[in-house]
Design a protein around this ligand. Structure first.
Ligand code: ATP
Ligand code: MG
Length: 272
């Protein structure tokens, strides 16, 4: 399934769709309180692909949860299209790492993808069309009547991506979505998400531990500091509008960027 070169057909637009301003998060309170995020600022433009990287435990998942409205920051604001995000908004869809817990095993693949469309007044016919389109976009049209446990891990994560796409989100937030699959499947999923982003014109914010993945996928990379966490640097990824696993990763620009990001992250690690 590995494709040769992906034409991005999308990119930053100078039109901010998602903004995180001065977001801080403390878990617990009083003497037991622990400041995890300390004044994080991120702006994501419509159509942009932004990867967030940072040391383990820096608060990446906490940040994504705040962005998605799944958690309220202790201070600061998140806005989607200038509306304050205080609970999960319609325009945001989230894909987590653990596909095995995100799909319902007793429901068919089509049923799982349809789930977020139910109870929203969307006519049945349109629901069916959206489910088919989303499954086609992740090359899983043929699995509609199967069940999650009949699919491989990589396929299940593609179902989770299809489910997120079915609601036609403004932005897709992904927390280490490819961390639980093997290396080959991972690069296939990277290309798949680039293709899907081009097809749907959706904005993507993706958290990853994998620096090569961040450089390969992004228009910009947000590097977080160690805890308490702020934005250490934002890096524009000037790799052009076509990406290919073999060729892009062999360019001097790719090598320079990965060394730079790696340096920023390893400098943060507390020595043991
Ligand atoms: N619900 C919670 N209650 C208390 N502390 C929490 C909670 N969730 C996360 N933490 C703490 O906040 C810190 C940041 O956690 P978070 O999961 O956001 O980091 P992360 O950067 O996603 O980590 P990883 O790289 O391991 O995925 C950790 O020290 C974690 O123990
Ligand atoms: Mg995490």
């Amino acid at each position: 399934m590995q494709s040769a070169a992906i034409k991005l057909n999308a990119g930053p637009t100078n039109d901010v769709v998602l903004s995180v301003r001065g977001v801080s998060k403390t878990y617990g309170s009083g003497r037991d309180g622990r400041l995890v995020l300390d004044g994080v600022n991120v702006e994501v433009e419509r159509g942009e692909f932004v990867c967030i990287v940072g040391p383990s435990g820096a608060g990446k998942t906490t940040l994504i949860r705040c962005m998605a409205g799944l958690m309220r920051p202790s201070a600061g604001t998140v806005q989607l299209d200038e509306a304050l995000v205080e609970s999960p908004p319609e325009g945001l869809a989230v894909v987590f790492q653990d596909y095995s817990r995100s799909l319902l095993p007793w429901m068919s693949i089509a049923g799982n993808v349809r789930l977020p469309l139910r109870g929203k007044g969307i006519p049945k016919k349109e629901q069916t069309a959206r489910v088919s389109e989303a499954l086609e976009a992740v090359n899983l049209g043929h699995t509609a009547e199967q069940y999650p446990w009949q699919l491989s891990g990589g396929m299940q994560q593609r179902v989770a991506i299809a489910r997120a796409l079915a609601s036609n989100p403004e932005a897709l937030l992904m927390d280490e979505p490819f961390a639980s699959v093997d290396a080959q499947t991972r690069s296939e999923l990277e290309d798949l998400i680039l293709g899907v982003r081009a097809q749907y014109g959706v904005t993507v914010v993706l958290v990853t531990h994998d620096i090569d993945e961040a450089v390969y996928l992004s228009d910009r990379i947000v590097v977080l500091s160690g805890s308490p966490t702020h934005v250490k640097e934002v890096i524009a990824v000037e790799l052009g509008t076509t990406r290919s696993q073999m060729e892009t990763k062999a360019t001097p620009t790719f090598a320079r960027l990965r060394t730079h990001v790696l340096g920023l992250i390893t400098k943060q690690q507390t020595p043991v």
